[in-house]
Design a protein. Structure first.
Length: 409
């Protein structure tokens, strides 16, 4: 029995490992890790090369976009919308110069045309009564890759596009219509604040409406003196709209409409101001849609004045809407603005007070949106600041000052 046990134990005993066998196993394992490391190095180097080439491509595209932006803005700054041949030549030279300052050796493609702010499209072809107001700069070039050759990519391409608007709108003839809010919207900051030495009834309070009066008179003087073919009409609006003066180029007649001491003044009447407690229609919201086009109610809106007596079929129709952007009732002003845009009208808006999304949405054609801040919104704003803000808007609309170039794409 003891002999059997000894034999069984000897069979189950663990044999000592062979040192040479263990050494061969360690070498095989080291060789597999080395091969795996070499493969990973190749993969990592490929990824690093790809990352470097992608970074270089992004850099080149950023440089290209900066060059295109600078070129488009510089070219838009020299636009004169009434000189097509001069525009194309000068805009191209200016754009190429500024582009190559940022990206030497690359000649961009430069187009002068019209930017539609409603559809947000650039049209290199100019239709009647639509001036050139934008420059488009595009460029594309190839550059060598650094490590992409390993993967079969010897070069990459980068391109950019920029569109900027600007220039002076001096194409004539033009039919302007000023549409002025007759509610209490313009009677800011306070209806009873007067300049030193002034008092009623000979003077009008130092509010936004008086500032508008001063600027509107300067606008009339400038347009009549410099563009005798242009005509100006004036209307007031609230819950209804009414004609104050049809299209005319008689500066004295137009400025007389703004005279606050004229007994039957519609826009500026001190007695009406007193009788109605601060405005023709205090506390009521105007109907901007009706001010733009009064045909739905059989009234005289901006469209009726611009196409009425003394209007010209070949004249550019420009409506200037002035108010705080409050609106109530039918018709829908955005729908009316879209209809006017389709008919070739250009709508500028001058918002008095807080920025108004509606007023910005009503801009059509070559129009722009302007803001006149009052002391109600910013206590640091004074009467002179309101006059200056109105002047800046009217100067751009009239073509006295070039519109500040801005990128739109």
């Amino acid at each position: 029995m003891h002999a059997t046990t000894a034999t069984s134990s000897s069979k189950n005993a663990v044999r000592p490992a062979n040192p040479k066998r263990r050494q061969r196993f360690r070498w095989r394992r080291k060789g597999a890790v080395l091969i795996l490391f070499a493969l990973m190095i190749i993969v990592l180097m490929g990824l690093l090369a790809f990352a470097i080439d992608i970074g270089v491509t992004v850099h080149h595209r950023a440089v290209a976009q900066n060059a295109a932006d600078a070129a488009a803005l510089a070219a838009a700054a020299v636009l004169e919308r009434s000189e097509p041949a001069v525009n194309r030549n000068e805009a191209r030279l200016v754009a190429e110069h500024y582009f190559q300052l940022n990206q030497p050796g690359v000649i961009p493609q430069v187009e002068v045309g019209r930017w539609d702010p409603v559809l947000r499209i650039f049209d290199p072809g100019i239709r009647p009564n639509l001036e050139m107001n934008a420059v488009r700069v595009t460029a594309q070039w190839n550059f060598d890759s650094f490590f992409g050759r390993v993967l079969g990519h010897t070069s990459y391409s980068a391109g950019a596009e920029a569109i900027a608007t600007g220039g002076r709108d001096v194409t004539g003839p033009r039919d302007f219509v000023l549409m002025i809010d007759q509610t209490s919207a313009l009677l800011k900051p306070r209806p009873d604040e007067y300049a030193p030495g002034e008092s009623p009834p000979a003077s009008y309070p130092l509010n936004a409406k008086r500032a508008l009066k001063e600027s509107a008179e300067l606008f009339v003087d400038y347009v009549v003196a410099n563009y005798p073919d242009d005509l100006i009409g004036i209307s007031g609006f609230a819950v209804d709209t009414g004609l104050e003066g049809g299209l005319s180029n008689d500066a004295a007649t137009l400025k007389d409409l703004l005279d606050i001491n004229r007994p039957d003044a519609f826009l500026y009447s001190y007695q009406s101001y007193i009788d109605r407690g601060g405005g023709r229609y205090p506390g009521e919201s105007p109907r901007i849609g009706l001010a733009l086009d009064g045909s739905s109610q059989g009234q005289t809106g901006g469209r009726q004045i611009a196409t009425g007596p003394a209007s010209r079929n070949d004249a550019k129709k420009i409506l200037i809407l002035i108010g705080d952007g409050a609106s109530a009732g039918d018709p829908n002003p955005k729908t009316v603005a879209a209809q006017l845009a389709a008919a070739g009208f250009h709508i500028h808006t001058i918002t008095v007070g807080q920025p108004s999304r509606l007023m910005r949405q009503l801009v059509t054609g070559d129009g722009r949106s302007y803001l006149v801040t009052t002391p109600v919104e910013s206590p640091s704003v004074g009467y002179a600041d309101m006059v200056q803000a109105f002047n800046e808007a009217f100067n751009k609309i009239a073509g006295k000052d070039a519109s500040e170039p801005k990128l739109v794409k």
